[in-house]
Design a protein around this ligand. Structure first.
Ligand SMILES: C[S@@+](CC[C@H](N)C(=O)[O-])C[C@H]1O[C@@H](n2cnc3c(N)ncnc32)[C@H](O)[C@@H]1O
Length: 246
């Protein structure tokens, strides 16, 4: 199965403990710290719209882009229920067909780890640069090299709930820096369970590799933060935020 097809059905359930309101508070704190008051935001890899919808509710004019139709269908349903006017586009961020400039571009919850080739990451970030207005802000986070190689990689995780269970069996390849995340999901349908299997691949990037790309493109005021703070990162941090300006 394609990544995020079966998983889309359980994504919000499995993310239920993520503090998305706090996440959006943090994005707004970053805007303030950079002296920027964006009106228009482009969100890449927006998934089921958990951040998109919240930013829209707070008054931003936001467009969400994701490669998974199944994730977007959920995002659109939630936006419809909340009476939010959001444009959701089904696109691969490696081949963005979008030209409207934005005050800010964001990519949250490790969307860029899904770009497996460094050259592709360079071209996505070049396109992002061209889509930002002068002085615009780019914010994204990645799962750290440490997390993908030592926490998730070569480990098995499982959880067993009443209606949903999953097994997550992961392999990390130190040659390619790719983490294969093999996900088996069991979802109750009446008295039986349906079983879905899908594989996700994430690339572990070192902070230095990303900094080099951002500088090469011409981004300025580049900051690297430990998640949900303005502090320096530590070796064992699992999530790293990058903030920079055009
Ligand atoms: C971990 S989810 C994050 C979703 C959302 N940002 C959130 O905070 O909940 C990663 C998302 O990246 C999307 N994705 C992966 N590769 C992509 C690509 N090449 N172009 C656009 N979206 C992509 C997936 O479909 C998925 O929705």
């Amino acid at each position: 199965m394609e990544a995020y097809s079966g998983f889309a059905q359980v994504y919000d359930f499995l993310m239920k403990d993520v503090d998305y309101d706090g996440w959006v508070d943090y994005i707004e704190e970053i805007f303030i710290s950079k002296g920027c008051k964006p009106q228009t935001i482009l969100e890449l890899a927006c998934g089921t719209g958990n951040i998109t919808n919240r930013l829209s509710k707070r008054g931003y004019d936001i467009v969400g882009i994701d490669i998974s139709n199944e994730m977007l269908a959920l995002a659109k349903n939630k936006a419809y229920d909340l009476r939010l006017d959001i444009k959701y586009l089904n696109q691969d961020m490696r081949q963005l067909n979008y030209s409207k400039k934005a005050d800010s571009v964001i990519c949250m919850c490790d969307g860029f780890n899904y770009i497996l080739e460094e050259n592709d990451l360079l071209s996505v970030l070049e396109k992002v640069y061209s889509l930002l207005k002068e002085d615009g802000v780019l914010i994204f986070d990645i799962s750290s090299y440490h997390k993908l190689s030592e926490v998730l990689g070569n480990n098995v995780y499982a959880e067993n709930f009443e209606d949903i269970s999953y097994i997550w069996q992961n392999y990390f390849d130190y040659e390619t820096n790719l983490c294969e995340l093999g996900l088996t999901i069991f979802k109750r349908q009446d008295r039986l369970f349906s079983r879905y299997q899908e594989y996700h691949y994430q690339r572990a990037y070192r902070v230095e590799e990303i900094l080099e790309i951002l500088k090469y493109i011409g981004f300025i005021n580049i900051c690297v933060y430990r998640a949900f703070s303005f502090e320096k990162i530590q070796y064992k941090d699992d999530r790293v935020f990058f903030v920079c300006k055009k």
